[in-house]
Design a protein around this ligand. Structure first.
Ligand SMILES: Cc1cc2nc3c(=O)[nH]c(=O)nc-3n(C[C@H](O)[C@H](O)[C@H](O)COP(=O)(O)O)c2cc1C
Length: 404
């Protein structure tokens, strides 16, 4: 991982959760990366960890109180708020999420967040009942709209002894995600369209045909490209995923709808077709709900759908780079290479959905097939697959001297 954290000014706000102690490990690792760290502890956080421990590790004073801070000569809360590159709240309590979402400014940490226009990130950690509580969900959705990044907690064993969601993201992942935020914006001015999720073909007003695609891979690619500075458009089918910020989102349902929405955005520089779009549609949509009556069988006719990838690949405004996805259950590489030629695309990301648990999983094992090479990547997180694809795209533009 290239280190983009060197000399970055990071303000850590530690709030009063049981995972407080983990922020010490974060500080150590950020110091190793050469980051310049300042630290604030809320009054509750001081019930969990000792100020002296933080000050010894940091080798400087930590801040806590709004009013004593105003007596400091070299530091005031506006300075702390503005002279940073990023503010990370770790761990972030349910209480602190609520305060941020509602603009409450009753201590040093909340005042700084209100006074700062810098990148804000929270890494929540709490009991799973708290994490799934509707008030917390509502506040998180508000923070999302306020452009606050959320390093989402994971499932695992929680401090209260139960298992569930709400565990602080692993420190090494927090470092990786922080690092990504500072990655060079090499795809600046590049317009990239990504499709994701499952298509829907209606049978009658209450039924449809769809597939197991979760959309995770496409969403991760869109997010990663956006971090690289690209102007990303995400044409998305049905998913349960949180809509990413800073990305233009266009909803699509049927294959025809996907095609119209995608082609309506031409021209763009890169097309990544990660959506699972049905090859077939119902021959005759029934205006009324199809009744069972006394029938033991129901026969439905199907027609071939429009091939969105092939159409865009052969469009007169064809993007410079067209990347398809190939989900196969047999002869993965042979079938994917055939697809590459038949659909006239530049790269195919091939995955075997027959043996690997891919749909809905956060992991993927793919091969990147181009006209000249096939690279088999090991099983990794879909977010890491996304990072690798982004890197390949950056290299493509560099190699072709297309980086502006
Ligand atoms: C033992 C103990 C553990 C706690 N752990 C958490 C936690 O992990 N996450 C959380 O959101 N709140 C937790 N709380 C509740 C917070 O400490 C409480 O809401 C507090 O007001 C947070 O203050 P702050 O957000 O200003 O730091 C815990 C409380 C206690 C007593």
């Amino acid at each position: 991982m290239t280190n983009f954290l060197k000399n970055k000014k990071i303000l850590l706000i530690i709030t009063g959760g049981i995972a407080c102690y983990k922020s010490l490990d974060l500080i150590r690792r950020l110091q190793d990366k050469g980051a310049d760290i300042n630290c604030i502890l809320t009054e509750s956080a001081k019930e969990f960890v000792n100020t002296i421990t933080f000050e010894s590790l940091l080798g400087k004073k930590i801040f806590s109180n709004l009013f004593t801070l105003s007596h400091e000569k070299e530091m005031n809360h506006i300075k702390l708020a503005t002279e940073v590159d990023v503010i990370l709240v770790i761990p972030c309590t349910a209480n602190f999420i609520a305060k941020m979402a509602n603009g409450i400014a009753d201590d040093l940490a909340t005042n700084i967040l209100i006074a700062s226009k810098k990148i804000k990130i929270i890494a929540p950690a709490m009991n799973s009942n708290m994490w799934t509580n509707n008030a917390v969900k509502k506040n998180l959705s508000t923070l999302n709209k306020m452009n606050v990044n959320v390093f989402s907690p994971q499932r695992g064993r929680l401090a209260c002894g139960s298992k569930g969601s709400g565990k602080l993201m692993e420190i090494h992942e927090i470092i990786e995600n922080l690092n990504d935020i500072f990655c060079p914006k090499e795809l600046n001015k590049r317009k990239i369209l990504v499709t994701a999720g499952a298509s829907i073909e209606k049978i009658d007003p209450v039924r449809y045909i769809s597939n197991y695609s979760s959309g995770i891979q496409g969403y991760e690619i869109a997010k990663s490209l956006s971090l690289h500075g690209a102007e990303v458009i995400l044409v998305t089918g049905s998913t349960n995923l949180e809509k990413p910020r800073n990305i233009k989102i266009i909803d699509a349902s049927s294959a025809k709808d996907f095609y119209e929405k995608v082609s309506g955005e031409l021209p763009f520089d890169v097309f990544i077709s990660a959506a699972a779009i049905s090859d077939w549609r119902i021959e005759k949509f029934s205006q009324n709900k199809i009744k069972k009556n006394n029938n033991e069988k129901l026969k439905l006719g199907f027609l071939r759908n429009i091939d969105v990838l092939k159409k865009i690949s052969n469009n007169k405004l064809r993007p410079k780079l067209v990347i398809g996805f190939s989900a196969e259950t047999s002869n993965l590489i042979t079938n994917s290479k055939k697809k590459l030629t038949e659909k006239n695309c530049d790269w195919i990301v091939a995955n075997n959905v027959g043996i690997e648990e891919v749909f809905g999983s956060n992991y993927n094992k793919v091969s990147l097939i181009t006209k000249t090479k096939t690279n088999h990547w090991p099983k990794m997180k879909k977010s890491d697959v996304a990072k690798k694809i982004s890197k390949e795209i950056v290299n493509f533009f560099k190699k072709n001297r297309l980086i502006s």
